[in-house]
Design a binder for this molecule. Structure first.
Ligand SMILES: Nc1nc2c(ncn2[C@@H]2O[C@H](COP(=O)(O)OP(=O)(O)OP(=O)(O)O)[C@@H](O)[C@H]2O)c(=O)[nH]1
Length: 389
């Protein structure tokens, strides 16, 4: 098997015991897509949190001109549609609302607005739409003339900000697969400068816009979406802290906590993320899911999941690096990058991983019970010392 970068891969372990599925471990949903959900816009608080029912989910709104790529982004990231299939997507002519509920952490509503939406239409209830919004993603087609898009961006942001100043404004400079490296950077600089100047001129210099270069034809869209989603996860600092402690005590170089279905990483340790590592880890998830689906149903039980809490895998690259994946719960996987020789202390890694998983479980429990107290957990470091946190 050959990796994208030419490295030889050996799938060393892909072990599972289908008969030992526990309720806690659960299973991956058979249908890996997500249900369509209509929510009542009146049941949202000003922070973008939906307050009706038991769940409190922030809302992400996708806006931009027609054909900028909004529906394609949603289909590729959350419905596993192949990028080429988006060529046949029809234009959206009404607001499409979806409930993304694939894990306890990655839970939000996403609303895809048609490009031709008219803010002055009396049926467009901006108070409710922006009032309950956690993040507004504005998609700009970088392969097209973007002057009209910038005008629309200014208009959208100023209107939304007046209603809800707590919205995170995210600009996706999209379809950059068609641009050369230099042109990509020039376009980003130009859009950044014009968009911020426009806001300044309109008296909104305090508004912060985040810019992401994206394409559905590579991992950039998943990376950008990860960053958008992370800003909506209140437990992010706790998760990062757990990851930092885990990797520093286990001789691991980098670790991502992935939402397996969407391949959004909901947290990583505090060392910088490089795109190649992220891509390798995404590819690893694909390999493990595929191998588990093909060979995982050893018990002959059709209903047994192909991937459960006993699943784990290591992929050894020929550059002395190992990718190690462990399942954290039914929706989350931890994917680590470490040196070959660090795998010699697999017992320590396994122990620390058990502690890490227990920590994550407690974060879930705290969230469920709204109990702010979190019990202590302890890791073991390379010298065999116990580290409490
Ligand atoms: N090259 C390239 N094309 C893309 C990308 N994303 C989307 N497209 C194409 O852009 C076209 C429009 O995509 P849509 O997702 O329908 O755009 P939309 O913004 O939802 O359009 P409306 O529903 O009319 O508002 C489709 O042909 C997609 O295949 C991308 O990253 N790169």
């Amino acid at each position: 098997m050959a990796a994208e970068n030419g490295d030889d891969l050996t799938v060393a372990v892909a072990q599972k015991n289908a008969s030992e599925v526990t309720e806690e471990a659960g299973s991956y949903p058979k249908d890996l897509s997500y249900g369509v959900y209509d929510c009542d816009p009146s049941s949202v608080d000003p922070n973008g949190t939906i307050i009706s029912g038991i769940e409190q989910k922030p809302r992400i709104v996708l806006m931009g001109l027609r054909r900028s790529g909004k529906s394609s982004i949603q289909k590729v990231v959350f419905h596993k549609m192949s990028p080429n299939e988006t060529l046949f997507l029809e234009s959206t002519n009404k607001v499409v609302k979806e409930d993304i509920s694939n894990s306890s952490f990655v839970q939000f509503h996403i609303w895809d607005f048609p490009g031709q939406i008219d803010f002055f239409d009396p049926t467009f209830d901006s108070e409710n739409i922006f009032g309950g919004c956690g993040a507004l993603i504005f998609v700009i087609d970088a392969q097209d003339d973007y002057m009209e898009a910038l005008e629309r961006l200014r208009h959208t942001v100023t209107r939304a900000y007046k209603i809800n100043p707590r919205i995170n404004f995210e600009v996706f400079i999209h379809k950059v697969d068609g641009l050369s490296e230099d042109y990509k950077m020039d376009t980003q600089r130009d859009i950044h400068a014009r968009a911020t100047d426009d806001l300044y001129d309109a008296g909104f210099e305090q508004v912060h816009l985040s810019f992401h270069l994206t394409s559905i034809y590579d991992h950039s869209i998943f990376e950008a979406f990860s960053k958008v989603v992370q800003k909506l996860i209140p437990q992010l600092p706790t998760l990062e802290n757990l990851l930092n402690i885990f990797i520093s005590n286990s001789a691991i170089e980098k670790a991502f906590l992935f939402d397996v279905v969407s391949k959004i990483y909901i947290a990583t340790d505090s060392s910088p993320v490089d795109m190649q590592s992220y891509e390798l880890c995404c590819d690893m998830i694909d390999v493990v899911i595929d191998v588990s689906c093909i060979y995982g149903l050893m018990s002959g039980d059709e209903l047994a999941p192909a991937f459960d809490r006993h699943s784990q895998a290591s992929i050894r690259l020929n550059n002395g690096t190992v990718l190690h994946l462990r399942e954290v719960n039914r929706f989350l996987a931890l994917v680590c990058i470490l040196r070959d020789d660090a795998m010699e202390k697999q017992g320590m890694i396994d122990y620390n991983f058990t502690m890490f998983r227990a920590g994550i479980q407690k974060v879930f429990e705290v969230r469920k019970s709204q109990n702010r107290k979190m019990a202590a957990i302890s890791f073991t470091n390379e010298n065999g010392e116990t580290v409490h946190c």
